[in-house]
Design a protein around this ligand. Structure first.
Ligand code: NDP
Length: 328
């Protein structure tokens, strides 16, 4: 029998946490034969709600779930952890400046990064979901100098999945026929969903679509503003689709991308495609044996480059802002 994998989820009592935990416990995060132990981190006032979720997890009698710990102490939550899903974050409230938002989140992600540095297992993999995800990931990574920087990632898989569906709908194919789509940059309204290297049933997507107006005026804004559209329609932010993307991100990281396809992940830049080294930015990546590699050698046209530049510049500004605040 396999040793259980320790999975820590922060913000476990929140909406995304509620949609996420049951799927982790049922084996969808790592595989149907991988036992898991859950560690739920919450702020003190939300511990009781986390206990309620844990009661429901118990009531599912998941065969793979080997234990649940609940704590408000990051040093306990990340002790020996193999996979950390950092979901809890300070949301932007009305009238809040970007500096205030970054500072509030620095107060969360810096100590969590340090606790990961000091206590996590050697094979730790971190996914940051809580926004601003890329920069929160950067803050946590900077606070964990003993952990290889490439273990800290930010989620752009929801953007990726949204883009796959929009392209499939436009071209009238099944989502499984869409390959090699890329989200570049920041998980924010400046993100750039790129179809120039994507394939629709084996043909170049940009050629199949052949409609630059749709690309610029419908596809890109629909993907980038989808979160707001869901709040408008549902009266609450997306939670199940965000949880699903977190599952996809980790599952792909651990179990590999399919031959002839890639995915999008926010990862520490090595300078590829002119993205300054050290920034956590989204790239096309392939994964294998628990490691990822940036897809190299793609030709970036002017249309794409100008959009990538805008998003990468936003990441540079966020990095400058957290530097000025002493958070990295
Ligand atoms: P959600 O579970 O809905 O969202 C959590 C975070 O995920 C937010 O930062 C949210 O960003 C982000 N997010 C990323 N992608 C998406 C997406 N596509 N759709 C929606 N959200 C997305 O928030 P809740 O308020 O329900 O729950 C948060 C929980 O975190 C609370 O229980 C709180 O107590 C806890 N928390 C725990 C901390 C800790 O463990 N130390 C610290 C802070 C909070 P956005 O705000 O932009 O929507």
């Amino acid at each position: 029998t396999r040793t259980p994998v320790n999975v820590t989820v922060t913000g476990a009592a929140g909406q995304i946490g509620y949609a996420l935990l049951f799927r982790i416990a049922s084996g969808q995060l790592l595989g149907a034969d991988v036992p898991v132990k859950l560690r739920l981190l919450e702020i003190t006032p939300a511990l009781k709600a986390a206990e309620g979720t844990a009661m429901e997890l118990d009531d599912c009698a998941f065969p793979l779930l080997k234990g649940i710990d609940i704590t408000d102490d990051p040093n306990v939550a990340f002790d020996g952890t193999n996979v950390a899903l950092l979901v809890g974050a300070r949301p932007r409230t009305k009238g809040m400046e970007r500096g205030d938002l970054l500072e509030a989140n620095g107060g969360i992600f810096k100590p969590q990064g340090k606790a990961i540095n000091d206590h996590a297992a050697d094979d730790i993999k971190v996914l940051v979901v809580g926004n601003p995800a890329n920069t929160n990931a950067l803050i946590a990574q900077a606070a964990a100098p003993d952990v290889p920087a490439d273990r800290f990632t930010a989620m752009t898989r929801l953007d990726h999945n949204r883009a796959v569906t929009q392209l499939a709908k436009k071209t009238g194919v099944a989502v499984s026929e869409i390959r090699k789509l890329t989200i570049w940059g920041n998980h924010s309204a400046t993100q750039y969903p790129d179809i120039f290297h994507a394939e629709v049933a084996g043909k170049n997507a940009a050629e199949v679509v052949n409609d630059e107006k749709w690309l610029a005026e419908e596809f890109i804004p629909t993907v980038a503003k989808r979160g707001a559209a869901i709040i408008e329609a549902r009266g609450a932010s997306s939670a199940a689709s965000a949880a699903n993307a977190a599952i996809d991100h980790v599952y792909t990281w651990v179990n590999g991308t399919k031959e002839g396809d890639w995915t999008s992940m926010g990862i520490v830049s090595d300078g590829s495609y002119g993205v300054p080294e050290g920034l956590i930015s989204s790239f096309p990546v392939t994964t294998k044996d628990g490691k990822f590699e940036i897809v190299q050698g793609l030709e970036i046209n002017e249309f794409s480059q100008s959009r990538i530049d805008v998003s990468v510049n936003e990441l540079k500004e966020e990095r400058e802002a957290v530097r000025a605040l002493g958070l990295i």
